[in-house]
Write a protein that binds this ligand. Sequence first.
Ligand code: HEM
Ligand code: NAG
Length: 359
Amino acid sequence: MGFKLLSAIVLVFSALHATRAGLIKRVACDDGVHSVTNAACCALFPIIDDIQENLFDGGECGEEVHESLRLTFHDAIGFSKTAGGGGADGSIITFDDVETAFHANGGIDEIVNVQKPFIARHNITAGDFIQLAGAVGVSNCLGAPRLPFFLGRPTATAASPPGLVPEPFDSVDTILARFDDAGFSPVEVVWLLISHTIAAADLVDPTIPGTPFDSTPGVFDTQFFVETQLKGTLFPGTGSNEGEVQSPLAGEIRLQSDHLLARDPRTACEWQSFANNQARLQNRFIAAMQKLSVLGHDQSTLTDCSDVIPIPKPLTTQVAHFPAGLSVQDVEQACTTAAFPTLSSDPGPATSVPPVPPS
Ligand code: HEM
Ligand SMILES: *[C@@H]1O[C@H](CO)[C@@H](O)[C@H](O)[C@H]1NC(C)=O
């Protein structure tokens, strides 16, 4: 009796142990180099090598990364509870004749044409490739979080309906309503806009292509949330500066939508919360991108291949700061429940932010 009970207990414990071991078991890939949790993910390593070598120029965080991240959004946001659309389904590439012609997709044809041959030479759908390239690209940026990646999106069957991609001259009401229709709360909109810390504009003001949204477009840091809170001047009317706000920092461009979201009572405190909090910046961006990247899909039908994404290098020295010549005096405080964090100013005279070079 006593022995039976003992062996039963031993059995239960070894079963528990086996289950635990099963959870962390990794499969060796045929390449003899990598191991992954799910064997289906092994097929991604040659694709990632190709992406790093030939799309991102050996692993840089430059224009192609910025454009690839923007593409993850412009594909996925083609999803509406009311108007339809397949979300993150690759339709922006599969039906590019339709979607790249949308006004809000201006400039997107460039990265679509760059990514197409990669999809053609690998066994991967456009929907999977767009999100994979986005996650791999972000991993090249110093200070970035390691984004999740799920595999298994089928090929899109239709183009996205028009009018689903937000524009920089849209009002906050319009933007928040559009995101709500896609399943995102106002706070989650702020999380998604963390992306603009590694971003520049070619077409908002076509006379100054590559003009960045913050002073460090090649680093995944919090400067975007510091610099968008500085006093800026709205351009009146709907001329060539439509959707643009004059930043006090030379060489930098500010979207009207970012400017207004930084000041709206529904989003201002969340916006400010990122001004000096790198850890929060990283984990909220992971949550937002996870949701965006599977929009239109039942996540349980996809395979979690997050462990194929390279681990980004951490930011070690740089801390949030005011650019030279600017200080807390220049902050346009919008959050009413918390003060702007205390930051030091860069020494020396005011400087100009250089444009992001074209690749
Ligand atoms: C209110 C929502 C948004 C608006 C109005 C908006 C608008 C814009 C505009 C006008 C540009 C400049 C395009 C150009 O002239 O070249 C831009 C760039 C960019 N956007 Fe957004 N965006 C929004 C949300 C997002 C989201 C959710 C993501 C990603 C998750 C994203 C990622 C990017 C990136 C990475 C760039 C830089 C592209 C480059 O440097 O080539 N944006 N965005
Ligand atoms: C292509 O990938 C699918 C799964 O994503 C797989 O079932 C199929 O066998 C692959 N085809 C080739 C030729 O490798």
